[in-house]
Design a protein around this ligand. Structure first.
Ligand SMILES: CC(C)(COP(=O)(O)OP(=O)(O)OC[C@H]1O[C@@H](n2cnc3c(N)ncnc32)[C@H](O)[C@@H]1OP(=O)(O)O)[C@@H](O)C(=O)NCCC(=O)NCCS
Length: 288
């Protein structure tokens, strides 16, 4: 675990309250040590959000003592990042962007348990049942927004979009397509970009979801929203091009498993589109 210093103002809390009792304990502990020798705090970055995964009380107490930079390390644990994104959305709603945003949210321990633990318990139960608070799809119309959102997500998926030239092609290309995001609160965590070919057929030009929340049904939700719009516009077929089976890439195997699970059928593999290095598999789905 390598640690480094980061300004407190650049790290968002993922919690809405501080327990007074816990704060007193941390303050007593801080009185006994040099604040600079404090153990590093775990943080995580998803997209442009950098947030504490733990240690809010310690960060808060340090801020109260005028500390501006804290030792941190990247949390490598396999946590439920969708739950964290929901907590970040709660913080966004409450206008909490850094630890000082919790200044007027120090509460006695029973209030802390009532307001925070209970809220988290309800959310965790809902997430386990596949009901995600604040998760919704949204159409984006501004071309610059489409490119910016796509770039942030595609750059976080180097196993699929690691070739810079191709990535830049997608970032430019999505600006001219129909574009939907799946969001947790105000944060896009995935997108789909649709290219219209003719009155009957559209193609998935590109899609991506932050890897931390793969396999949570968000891609399926995005596709369902897209299909609804396409059907309303009279489209009959949706196609997609992906890496063919003669390249046994495990990451693209996961992609094809997704497309098959949402009803796409493989049509034909060809090297005429992307060349012999990247066999292209055409897939299609009948709509409606
Ligand atoms: C492909 C992708 C868009 C799918 O979105 P997603 O939110 O992860 O998919 P969902 O959670 O809706 O999964 C639906 C099905 O896909 C398969 N699947 C999705 N993620 C999977 C994973 N990590 N491992 C295994 N199967 C997976 C499963 O069959 C799943 O069905 P199940 O939940 O009933 O088992 C997403 O994983 C992604 O961004 N991948 C990297 C980029 C990419 O491949 N883009 C498409 C090429 S342009």
């Amino acid at each position: 675990m390598s640690s480094f210093l980061m300004p407190l103002g650049e790290i968002q809390p993922s919690q809405l309250y501080i327990s007074e009792v816990k704060l007193k304990k941390v303050e007593t502990y801080l009185d006994t040590i040099d604040a600079r020798s404090f153990e590093p705090l775990p943080i995580k970055r998803i997209g442009d959000a950098t947030f504490f995964t733990d240690g809010h009380t310690r960060a808060f107490a340090l801020a109260k003592r005028g500390v501006e930079e804290v030792p941190v390390y990247w949390d490598q644990d396999n946590l439920d990042w969708l739950q964290y994104l929901i907590c970040l959305a709660w913080c966004d709603e409450a206008g909490i962007s850094d630890i000082s945003g919790l200044d007027d949210r120090v509460v006695d321990h029973s209030t802390y348990r009532r307001l925070w633990h209970r809220r988290c318990d309800v959310m965790q139960k809902a997430v386990t049942e596949g009901k995600y608070d604040g998760v919704h799809t949204q159409e984006v119309s501004d071309p610059a927004d489409k490119s910016r959102i796509a770039e942030g997500i595609l750059r976080s998926l180097p196993a699929w979009f690691g070739v810079e030239e191709a990535l830049q092609g997608y970032v430019r290309g999505v600006a001219e397509t129909d574009f939907f995001t799946v969001q947790v609160g105000k944060r896009p965590v995935g997108f789909i970009s649709l290219l219209e070919h003719n009155e009957f057929t559209s193609e998935i030009y590109c899609m991506g979801i932050f890897e931390e929340v793969h396999g949570r049904g968000l891609g399926t939700e995005l596709l369902a929203r897209s299909e609804k719009e396409l059907i309303q516009n009279g489209k009959k077929v949706l196609t997609v091009k992906t890496l063919g089976d003669s390249d046994p890439d495990p990451d693209y195997e996961q992609t094809k498993r997704f497309y098959r699970s949402v009803g796409f059928l493989p049509l034909e593999e060809s090297t005429a589109i992307w060349g012999p290095e990247a066999p292209c598999l055409f897939m299609a789905k009948f709509l409606g």
